[in-house]
Design a protein around this ligand. Structure first.
Ligand SMILES: [Zn+2]
Length: 428
């Protein structure tokens, strides 16, 4: 009994003022953006336990419902970030990975994820992370068991990399017996084994570094790292096990190769060209452009030695005009652009800048909101539960004070967060 009380205390203590809604609750607000494209004024959303049972005008409020009045706030679906690394929070992240035990990563990672939840991110897709022992899935399992409050977690344990690639450690001498942060594999057989390891330890996505990366030392994002046979081996194994693949791909040829092989999403897509765009349209591939990480490096890490290569490439190696023009064209042509930030230790309100970046590239505020809600839920294969505010879905929602359809930066100032029918934040 004493143990039970202790757990309860920990659960509540671990996140500010968690409050489960009464059995049937009507949340009322000035405006409601349901994620499907519809906007309601003077709206009500009826929640029972962890699910939404109705959305509409205030005449749907049942007589026995308790009212949670959000006044002049605008309600939206809970935000989904499709590209995060909750264990990375230092510029020298590959050294930091060697400093910390898996347990320490889990504790700090849980705190990061809870901070993100309080900022409105109710679902995260992890794009592989800097822990060899899959601590992110221990966090996920503990949240799912109800031991802690936290976002819904999907994704990959590791980024699978070739020797010398973005998941390998390339700056120490040959003699050092190093455990890399990524999962290093070479040749079709090792790739197949790597996919099997990932699935065995809890990954529901497979993340591969098809090309070089920005953040690591010694590799070039404009080089393709995977051979055709290695990519084929990953895809065959992942398809057999019904696990979608997300491909980190900067180099133009790497993007094309991954799209043709049938990955579900291209991450970054920095050196996109028109043929890449047309191939993505043909194959129905999602594009996760991860724009805010570049901003973060320019603003936070412009003097960092560890990230000197990424900062330099962000400034000069990757012609911003061409990249932005290509991303705008992708949006215009109808590529399924999903919202992901590449969060590597951002302050909690920072990732919502991704919405404004997508608007700068030509999305309407409504399209940007959908990229971070509905489109991401579709990409995750979780549209029956997540991504829009409709009857039957999980009661995950956020509210902001102003109107994000006229000022998209409102999403950086989330005032109210409900996840699975539990209030985790309510600022008046
Ligand atoms: Zn990433």
């Amino acid at each position: 009994m004493r143990l039970k009380i202790y757990y309860l205390a920990l659960t509540i203590w671990s996140i500010a003022s968690t409050e489960t809604l009464a059995q049937k609750t009507a949340i009322v607000c000035k405006q409601l953006i349901d994620g499907t494209g519809k906007v309601f004024q003077n709206a009500a959303i009826i929640v029972e336990a962890d699910r939404i049972i109705a959305v509409g005008s205030r005449n749907i409020i049942p007589k026995d419902a308790t009212i949670t009045d959000l006044g002049d706030y605008t309600v939206l679906p809970g935000l989904i970030d499709a590209h995060v690394h909750p264990f990375i929070d230092k510029d020298d992240y590959q050294i930091d990975h060697l400093r910390k035990t898996s347990a320490q990563k889990a504790l700090e990672g849980l705190k990061h994820m809870q901070d993100l939840l309080l900022a409105g991110w109710t679902t995260l897709r992890i794009a592989g992370d800097a822990d060899v022992a899959y601590a992110q899935f221990d966090i996920r399992n503990a949240i799912n068991k109800g031991l802690f409050i936290g976002p819904h977690i999907f994704g990959a344990g590791h980024y699978i990399s070739v020797t010398g690639g973005g998941g390998d450690i390339n700056f120490l001498s040959y003699e050092q017996p190093i455990i890399a942060d990524g999962l290093v594999a070479n040749g079709p057989e090792e790739m197949q084994k790597a996919v099997r390891e990932e699935i065995k330890h809890g990954s529901d996505w497979i993340k591969i570094l098809v090309t070089g990366a920005f953040m690591t030392v010694g590799d070039n994002p404009q080089d393709v790292h995977f051979s055709a046979d290695e990519l084929k081996a990953v895809m065959e194994e992942a398809n057999r096990r019904h696990k979608p693949v997300m491909a980190h791909a900067h180099a133009t040829d790497g993007i094309k190769m991954a799209v043709r092989a049938g990955v579900r999403s291209i991450e970054h897509g920095s050196y996109l060209d028109e043929e890449c765009i047309d191939l993505m349209l043909q194959h129905g591939t999602y594009l996760v452009p991860t724009l805010s990480v570049g901003l973060f490096f320019q603003e936070r890490y412009f003097n960092s030695k560890a990230l000197a290569k990424a900062v330099q490439l962000g400034k000069h190696g990757n012609d911003e005009n061409t990249k932005n023009r290509m991303l705008s064209l992708a949006i215009q042509k109808g590529v399924k652009v999903a919202l992901g930030t590449d969060n590597v230790g951002f302050p909690p309100t920072f990732p919502a800048r991704e919405f404004a970046e997508l608007v700068k590239l030509g999305m309407t505020p409504m399209q940007a909101i959908q990229a971070g809600t509905k489109v991401n839920a579709e990409m995750l294969g979780k549209i029956d539960d997540l991504g829009t505010l409709e009857a039957g879905k999980l009661a995950d929602l956020v509210a902001v004070k102003g109107d994000p359809l006229t000022d998209i930066t409102e999403l950086q100032r989330v005032k109210f967060v409900l996840i699975g029918g539990k209030i985790v934040k309510h600022e008046k």
